[in-house]
Every structure is written in C-alpha cells, then in structure tokens.
Design a protein around this ligand. Structure first.
Ligand code: SAM
Length: 276
C-alpha cells in the first residue's frame, strides 16, 4: 500500500518534471523544500545549496549592472530550477507599487534571504534613497550582497546581520552605526519569522523610528500567516493605522492564496507595549 502510494507520487513528480513543472506541489525542488522545513526553521536555508546556486546562476545569466535582468533571472530560476521563498513576481508587484507610491528616502527591510525583494525595492525607490536590510543568517546576507553587486545596486542597500530581538545588539548598531533616529523611517517591509512581525513592529515603535505617513508592508499575512500582526492592524484601524489588504497568492504558484498588508502609520495614540 505505502509502496504503491510512493510509486504513484514518483510517477506524478516525474511526469510533472518532464512537462516543464506546471504543478508546483509536484516539483521535486518544492517537495525537497517541504521535507526540509525543520532545517529551514533553524537555519533559513533549505540545506541543498540552492541559495548559493541562485547567486551563481544570476552571476552567470543576468546582464551585469541590470537590475531588471537580475529580477527576471531569479524568477526564471524559481519557476524552472529550484523553488525559493522570495516574495515572487506576483506579490513583488504589490511591493513595487507600495514603494513607488510612498516615494521613501529611508527604508528598512526585515528578512533579506537572497536579496530578491531588496532588488525590487531598490528599483522602485527614488535614486537617492537608501535601503537597510536585516538578515539573521550571515550566509544569506553574503549571497544577497553578491547578487546586488552583480545587479549594480550593491551601493544602495546595506545588509545588517542580526535580528531586532537580539538584546539590543542590532538596534544599537542601527542607531549608532547607521544613524537610525526618531522619525527616520519612511518605509518598512516585514518578511521574516512570522511570529516576530508584531514584536519587531513594537520595537520599532518604541524607538519612534516611524513617523505619521510611514508605510509598513507585511508579506505572508495569509500564508503561512501572521495572525497576531493581522489582529493588531484590525484593532488599530482608523486610530493609529490605516491598512489596505491585498489578496494574492503565495510565491511562484496560483493555488495557495496569500495576503499582503500595506499599512500607513497615522501616529501614536497609545503607548506600544514594552518588548525586549
Ligand atoms: C521569507 S525569507 C525573506 C525573503 C525576501 N524578503 C525576499 O522576498 O526576497 C525570510 C528571511 O528572514 C530571515 N529571518 C528569519 N527570522 C529573522 C529575524 N528575526 N530577523 C531577521 N531576519 C530573519 C531568514 O533568515 C530568511 O532569510
């Protein structure tokens, strides 16, 4: 019985691979990613070298100094070679539109991974704007920097290795080395550990880095889901936040729905809870 199911699955995966990988759930690279979810949770790499393979692929196939081409080549890699957890092309367009509408000067991303969303943000932000991107895994940060340098945007993005919850280490570095100060942030993109969206937003509010009119975009609020963050935005709607809900799909497929929230900060009406 078990052998029969395994054989059927193997047949389906083989047929899907031969047919150009139209069904994401039957792609071997997607199943390999699902089997590695425990490893992913600890290291934020799948464990088969696909993140480094992406950087090699971009350097070999994208025109140097061409950010559009780097984005195109990354999407091509994710559709046809290996599945990766970038924001992807469909939700990436929502991010592009939010950045273009906000015309921000100083931006912060939490969750760099291989640098795909940062490429999109750098392309959409004004030429003199600056993006800082925080990444927990130093190896991911190096991969992202390699891709940004190849795409010609490496000087407009600063990657900071750490987390906002690491006992003030990263927050201190942002304050002292990168001159983060009250009201400095025009745009924030959250795309990291989903249970940390709300605590990290509170940390940023405690330091008063946002100002009325700052925009916060949060990916994956529908899938895998960030219920505390979603509830917070619902409870604060019309008081200190105004939120637009964008219904979309999880990256690189059309079967799993996902939601992106785009929230405009109206200013502080209540004290944020203290988070270490
Ligand atoms: C979904 S990926 C980010 C995808 C990226 N924004 C993109 O669209 O190209 C999540 C990343 O967040 C990082 N991460 C996880 N928890 C974090 C935290 N608390 N602070 C900073 N980065 C974190 C992981 O190492 C991983 O690289």
């Amino acid at each position: 019985m078990v052998l029969g199911v395994v054989a059927l699955l193997a047949l389906a995966v083989g047929a899907n691979e031969c047919a150009g990988k139209p069904v994401v759930f039957l792609r071997w690279s997607f199943l390999r990613f699902v089997f590695a979810l425990n490893h992913m949770g600890a290291t934020w790499q799948v464990g088969d070298g696909r993140e480094k393979a992406l950087a090699d692929y971009v350097c070999a196939h994208a025109r140097p100094g061409d950010v559009d081409d780097a984005i195109r080549v990354i999407d091509d890699f994710c559709y046809h070679k290996k599945y990766l957890i970038n924001i992807g092309d469909e939700k990436g367009q929502l991010l592009d539109d939010a950045v273009a509408a906000a015309r921000p000067q100083r931006l912060l991303e939490v969750g760099t991974y291989c640098g795909y969303s940062a490429l999109r943000i750098a392309r959409a932000m004004p030429p003199d704007a600056r993006l800082h991107s925080i990444e927990f895994n130093a190896a991911n940060a190096r991969i992202a920097q390699r891709i940004w340098d190849h795409a010609g945007v490496g000087e407009r993005i600063v990657v900071v290795v750490g987390t906002l919850g690491d006992d003030d280490k990263t927050i201190k570095a942002l304050r002292e080395e990168h001159r983060f100060s009250p009201g400095c942030l025009d745009f924030l993109f959250l795309d990291h550990e989903k249970s940390e969206y709300l605590p990290d937003l509170h940390r940023i509010l405690q330091h008063r880095w946002l100002h009325p009119g700052s925009v916060v975009v949060a990916d994956n609020v529908g899938y895998p889901g960030a219920p505390e963050y979603r509830n917070f935005m619902q409870q604060h709607e019309g008081h200190d936040w105004l939120t637009r809900t964008h219904r979309s799909h999880a990256e690189y497929q059309k079967l799993i729905p996902d939601t992106v929230l785009e929230s405009t900060y109206l200013g502080q009406t209540t004290q944020p809870p203290h988070v270490d």
